[in-house]
Design a protein around this ligand. Sequence first.
Ligand code: NAP
Length: 500
Amino acid sequence: MFETGTGVGGTWYWNRYPGARFNSESWTYGYSFSQELLDEWNWEEHFAGQPETERYLNYVADKFDLRRDIRLKSRVTAAHYQEETRSWDLTMEDGRRYRTRLLITAAGVLSAATMPRIAGVGTFLGQSCHTHYWPKPVSFQGKRVAVIGTGATGVQTITEVAKTAGHLTVFQRTPQCCAPLHNAKIGKDEMSRIRGNNPEIFARCQETYGCFIHATDPRATHEVTQEEREAFWEKLCGAPGFGIWMGNFRGILVDRAANKLISDFLARKIRQRVKDPAVAEKLIPKNHGFGTRRVPLESGFYEVYNQPDVKPVDISETPIDRITPTGIKTSDCEYEFDLIVYATGFDAITGAFDRIDIRGVGGVSLKDKWRDGPQTFLGILVDGFPNMLMVMGPHAGLGNFPRALEYTADWVTGLIRFAHGRALTRVEATAASAVAWTEHVIESSEGLLFTEVDSWMTGISRNVDGKQVRRIMRYSGGHPAFRKRCDAVTADGYRELTLD
Ligand code: NAP
């Protein structure tokens, strides 16, 4: 196993920016495969912060003696399939080379961070960092800080930085509709109760659309009275986690009128919390409805804008001209800063693949093959790329990741066992199965409002060439349907694959 970082933990190793924490309930996020692990680990918070999660993942690595199989500080730059040997040749950044029969990718959906394409980035003489590459604990005490970006990462960062910065300026291009997280500590007794419920918790996560603990309410928005609707939304807003997004009325992410109602409800909440009405209006999304982009969960984000030392700058009105040696110049003003934080997101889903020169049969590049959008079978296999298996690749369902990826990891393991058991040396998706799955993935998104919105979930990264056009990047049929399809492939003896 190759890992670029100097430690294990993936997302939770890299993203150590201030305020980084789960938006999934901790006790739904841990691994479920080991009863011993479940018995031993006590979550401290319902939504664990990055340090706790990184500790957990290190604990897992130690407990299962995984470190001996992990090569840290090892970036794979190329992976080329060799037909003669039916193997993959890997080249590392430092020139090391490896040969492997099977290539399993687990390079992450949100791991290829992107700096903004703004002139002068790199000329700033103060401290600057992308949230994904957060260096060490950084002090904001008394400093003039800028944050660019207001996605889920920006929202967490801004809330935390505002606590100690001398002055904070937030450069916002698109506001997001956030909802309260309602984090809390977990006491000893509560942890025991949670542990006792583990089987039910994991079973419930398997039943829901996105593997979260929150299941869609079977009622449609218009099936209840206005009073019932508002009472339900008040309840969801007062409850922890993604209930407001994942446990809302059915159809809210499809039905324009229903989406407008919940968007208006949450806009009212923002207006109640932000004292300056002009600022509140700036924080309310106007070009997309609630839940059509990934909903950031927040802990006091809106109140930050009531602080006299926090200034929002709407860069859709006054765009950033350039980063200067002393700060940021917009079309109407020049700002000076000690520290600039780039919370500018990722080249999501296919970005980590694109950064490796992956070549399949006949030297075909995966990046080229996916130029107009990914084509996969089950989000796990790609025709023309034999013996490559993707864990949480494009066209897999997104959601509560560990719950989803445990299934995929087991499915991949099952296929490897099957291949070993029959001395197969070549496993590949057929072109027909990849076309059929890709069509199904596209169909599964039809009618969903998120497909009409620019975001990483629709393959948009304005900071990356060739990623300005919306594409269907993930499976939207829900995890139960995904598992059913994968199980059917297994039950049928993998006849939809080419096995040799
Ligand atoms: P993001 O949602 O893509 O947000 C990036 C932000 O940077 C957006 O506000 C974007 O504006 C802005 N931006 C990008 N390039 C810019 C430029 N050149 N000039 C000005 N602004 C620019 O990225 P993210 O916030 O890192 O979150 C990505 C995903 O990571 C989340 O959606 C979530 O799935 C995951 N995440 C999870 C957690 C958690 O579970 N606890 C926490 C953080 C992140 P536009 O919107 O206008 O493009």
